[in-house]
Write a protein that binds this ligand. Sequence first.
Ligand SMILES: Cc1cc2nc3c(=O)[nH]c(=O)nc-3n(C[C@H](O)[C@H](O)[C@H](O)COP(=O)(O)O)c2cc1C
Length: 227
Amino acid sequence: MKKRTKILLIAAFVVLVLAGIGYVYLFCGGRVTDATNEVTAGEEGTDSLVVYFTRSDVIKTDGVDAVSSASLNQTDSGLVGNTEIPARIIQELTGADLYAIKTERYYRSPFMGTAATAWIEESFDMRPALAAKPDDLDKYDVIYVGYPIWWFNAPMAVGTFLESYDLSGKKIVPFCTSQDNGIDVSMDYIREVCGDAEILEGLRIYDNTASEEQIRSWLTQNGLLEE
Ligand SMILES: Cc1cc2nc3c(=O)[nH]c(=O)nc-3n(C[C@H](O)[C@H](O)[C@H](O)COP(=O)(O)O)c2cc1C
């Protein structure tokens, strides 16, 4: 093959790859419109907050079949992602406020669409823009941070959220849901984005199997709930 033809083929390949990346990233979905800066209030005077990120909040779920989609759970209040289940249990047990992290743009709904964008974000250590976030976290001493494992790490949007606050002096309590990996795969990242905060022992839950008993026992061991 002539040198010129080779160069042209390589150039075409590079353009195709870049176009693919651009397509997945730039056109990953419309703007998320149901985000708010307000937390859902827990018990009056609480000094704890549960923040969580779940895929079902950042994909368009209209027409998505909950039965065939591994991480969407049909409940009385609609489709709920796996990580929202332990987030709500923690809120109920501790009386904490609750907040869902949402990206500015939707991820593509098919698994491969979400996975491609998430892979690019993880590979380039990106911080996807958020649709909203509370003005400050000053009143909280304890912040529970929940997320699914994406590509052997926490989703990069969790970093966007945590890095936008001064967390020094706060206790961060991570929890995750995943299919295979333990929470350890995400801990370097969580430590990196939490600055000077104290990080307590995390909990990993298999997919949508969180139970009150499991969460109660973990909280008690961490000294966050009385026996
Ligand atoms: C883009 C993507 C990447 C994932 N990567 C991993 C992984 O590296 N390790 C793992 O154990 N599970 C992985 N999973 C599975 C999810 O962590 C698991 O199903 C989780 O419970 C989903 O929670 P959610 O419904 O709150 O989003 C991945 C799922 C998605 C969508």
